[in-house]
Design a protein around this ligand. Sequence first.
Ligand code: HEC
Ligand code: HEC
Length: 163
Amino acid sequence: MGSVLRILPTMRFYSVALITLLAACGGSQPEAKAPPPPAPAPTAYKDMNLDQRKEFMEKVVLPEMKTTFAAFEPKFADMNCKSCHGKGAEDGSFEMPSAELPVLPNTPEKFAEYAKDPEHARWSKFMVEEVEPKMANLLQLKPFDPATKTGEFSCMACHTTEK
Ligand code: HEC
Ligand code: HEC
């Protein structure tokens, strides 16, 4: 009991010091948290013209997706417009989906069969978990939700399906 009483003043000193310290930190915070001056709202992808879309693909989409793809498969370290657009990158149409990307099965049943191949499964998992949501997010489009069958961006934005 006696020893507790003896250290009490010390503790009080620490708590005062702590409160002062916190107050000091807190004091500088409002300045650090001050909202940045409003930036002009960037044009949404859907409102961009073809030139703006090209520039956006070059500056934002390609670097981001290259990083994502290369982390999955090192050969994508040299990913370029053609990796997704195929010939459309050469003729300037950039039309999507690209018939040069792997053609996907056209029903959930056939897809289940297709995904039994471990390589297809590995790729599909990467596509579902990373490519589709990241790309939808970059384009500010709602990813397709299989449960409600709604959304604006799915596998079929890039891939064609079997006839
Ligand atoms: C990871 C895949 C991917 C890569 C890499 C990529 N794009 Fe795209 N791009 C897309 C998709 C998907 C769309 C279509 C989005 C939509 O409307 O559904 C698109 C759309 C476009 C469009 C708009 C076409 C239209 O009809 O409106 C242009 C232009 C374009 N890309 C240019 C480029 C250029 C230039 C590069 C390289 C610097 C590039 N893209 C790289 C996936 C890609
Ligand atoms: C932004 C464009 C894009 C979207 C969206 C996308 N993919 Fe892909 N996918 C690709 C690219 C690029 C490749 C690699 C092609 C290559 O090897 O050059 C690929 C490859 C694949 C492969 C490998 C096939 C093979 O034979 O090697 C599968 C499977 C696949 N995608 C399934 C899917 C599924 C399922 C979805 C939707 C959940 C999806 N993809 C969404 C661009 C896309």
